[in-house]
Ligand binder design. Structure first.
Ligand code: G6P
Length: 602
């Protein structure tokens, strides 16, 4: 996830910016940059890769006296991690940094290009600075030009702009992406989260959506749709680690709560009114492709397995899913009519990478769905679609799974559209559901509290079975994987209909069954499977929009209109259950024993 810092004052600016960016490192980035205006001197530096590269580039640069400055760490979403795509973005005499996604950037870009503006980068951000300079041409008041610019932006943004036309002032705006202003005497700081300004600023104001304004020495003005606002500063917290977690107890918990935001980022520009759009895929990408093989490990495998139902149903395309470490040695029969997809959060998982190399060697077309641009798997694939989840710190993957599943759902519908296998009505139904997905994963505080209370009943026993049918079977696998990863209790995911073919022998009151019982998909079938277990005295925790009288415990979900919305809502329930059980058992939620976030060995 990108990070923003800004500083206005008399202290040395380069160090303040670089230190601030360092504090945002934990959020992940693949390039960084700073811009400083001091007097009428404008300086700008950018570097790809780690911040050390930027430090190296700026090692003989120092600032003195009053000035304004902005900095950014970029996590690539539109365009590769190159220096040209790194922020700050330059117009003719202004610089901008931005977090979020400008949804209407294509339209703005075309408009500006028609006016003769040349774009240097592939980013959506660059439109902001050119639009500002265009507005400034016709309106010499810098603030009005900035106001006019912000009014045209659609989507999510937190942005800072500096310009030689007004070299004492930082302009800012926030909508949908976080941004705060720090204060210490006449010094003013900006940042996308607390950590960069802790120890520097003493007070803070967290900007609200729709707020914008400007900062000069000793003067900060904030506006919204109703005009100028008065605002109250708060004392700034001092604990950096707590600040990194945004007030949550664990990174995993923060990441569960972040899912709504990142799901929104994942669909922006891809789910349009009447179709799915992937700028990453050429028009003829699926030409000559008649089947799909997906390879992945761990959580990524579970999202792949869920998507296989969707590729077959929506895309009418045969889809096989393989665990990468198995695929490598099975001497698979590979054909060039099959698209080979790898799914990976990190893009570095050794087994997945090697499977990809095998597919390439067999001449297959390859596509990766990954969270990290420029990772080995992305570089090795013909094409990549980024999941836009931002860095995931908790070893137990949550938001990566959510965004992978989302991208795969979109891709399945995309295939259906390209191959003409879905009706307009189905497209409409799917798109409507996709647009609701960010809401379906929003954590309801009451639900979290309920799962917290309920979790105390699930700290013992001789094991858990998570059961579901169709896409809820891979979700059951993922629910069981989460629980076992962080609670160290034995948990298994099973297709509900398969329980009677063996595992039901284990059923007794100490066997906990977590039953995923969606209303919109095979409800009666799963109900009879759960009844079979209940008859053998298994303890049942049912998760469903429909009350179920045989359940020992029941968590009622809200969505019941579309299986994928039920899928995502139930996903959150299983993640919170694993989290709360683990907390009660006193385990290290973010760094569970024996596990690594990225497994780069076979
Ligand atoms: C490790 C992690 C899992 C992850 C798996 C695949 O086992 O602990 O959380 O699902 O690797 O990782 P990838 O980065 O390829 O998705």
């Amino acid at each position: 996830m990108c990070g923003i810092v800004g500083y206005l004052g008399k202290n040395e600016k380069k160090e303040i910016l670089l230190d601030g960016l360092q504090e945002l490192e934990y959020r992940g980035y693949d390039s960084a940059g700073i811009a400083v205006i001091e007097g009428d001197k404008l300086n700008q530096f950018k570097a790809i890769g780690k911040l050390e590269n930027l430090r190296e580039k700026t090692k003989s640069f120092y600032t003195e006296g009053f000035g304004i400055s902005i900095g950014h760490t970029r996590w690539a979403t539109h365009g590769k991690p190159t220096e040209l795509n790194a922020h700050p973005h330059l117009g003719a005499y202004s610089y901008v940094v931005h977090n979020g996604i400008i949804e209407n950037y294509q339209e703005l870009k075309e408009e500006l290009q028609n006016d003769g503006v040349t774009f240097l980068s592939q980013t959506d951000t660059e439109t902001i600075v050119h639009l500002f300079e265009k507005n400034h041409k016709t309106n010499t008041n810098v603030f009005s030009a900035f106001e006019k610019t912000i009014a045209r932006l659609e989507g999510a943004y937190a942005t800072l702009l500096i310009t030689e036309a007004d070299p004492d002032t930082i302009y800012f705006a926030k909508n949908g992406s976080p941004m705060l202003i720090g204060f210490n005497g006449n010094d003013v700081y900006f940042a996308s989260s607390d950590t960069p300004i802790i120890g520097k600023a003493t007070e803070v104001y967290y900007l609200e959506d729709g707020e914008y304004g400007y900062a000069k020495e000793g003067e900060v003005k904030i506006f919204d749709a109703n005009g100028e606002k008065t605002f109250n500063k708060q004392t700034l917290a001092t604990d950096k680690v707590a600040a990194q977690k945004d007030g949550y107890r664990f990174f995993m918990e923060k990441e569960i709560y972040e899912q709504s935001q990142v799901m929104g980022d994942t669909i922006i520009g891809r789910v349009l009114d009447d179709r799915i759009y992937f700028e990453e895929l050429d028009k003829d990408f699926f030409e000559g492709i008649y089947a799909i093989t997906i390879c992945a490990c761990g959580t990524s495998y579970n999202s792949a397995l869920a998507s296989s139902y969707l590729f077959e149903r929506l895309g009418q395309m045969r889809c096989e899913v393989e665990i990468a470490s198995e695929f490598r040695y099975k001497e698979p029969f590979l054909t060039q009519k099959t698209l080979f997809i790898t799914i990976s959060q990190s893009g570095e998982t050794a087994d997945t990478l090697e499977a990809l190399k095998m597919a390439k060697a067999a001449g297959m077309k390859t596509l990766s769905i990954c969270n990290v641009d420029n990772s080995s798997i992305v570089r090795e694939s013909d094409t990549a679609i980024l999941t836009r989840a931002g860095v995931e710190k908790g070893v137990a993957s949550t938001k990566a799974f959510a965004t992978q599943s989302m991208v795969l759902w979109m891709l399945a519908l995309y295939v259906g559209q390209i191959k003409n296998t879905v009706s307009k009505d189905i497209v409409k139904r799917e798109i409507n559901a996709m647009l609701h997905a960010p809401k379906a994963v929003q954590v309801d505080d009451k639900l979290h509290e309920r799962i917290h209370r309920l979790s105390k009943r699930y700290l013992h026993g001789h094991g858990f079975f998570f059961i579901g049918r169709d896409v809820f079977y891979p979700l059951a696998l993922e629910g069981a994987l989460k629980l076992k990863e962080i609670s160290y209790l034995h948990a298994e995911g099973y297709p509900a209909g398969e329980m009677k073919h063996g595992p039901i022998a284990l059923a007794d009151s100490e066997l906990f069954t977590i039953a995923l019982m969606p209303k919109s998909m095979h409800y009666d079938k799963i109900k009879s499977n759960v009844e079979e277990l209940s008859a053998r005295d298994a303890t049942i925790l049912a998760i469903s929009p429909k009350p179920f009288e045989l359940a020992d415990d029941f968590i009622q979900t809200k969505y019941d209109s579309h299986p994928m919305l039920e899928f995502f809502e139930m996903m959150v329930v299983t993640q919170l259950l694993a989290l709360e059980v683990s907390v009660r058992l006193g385990n290290d939620v973010d760094m569970p024993r024996n596990l690594a976030k990225s497994v780069t060995v076979e």
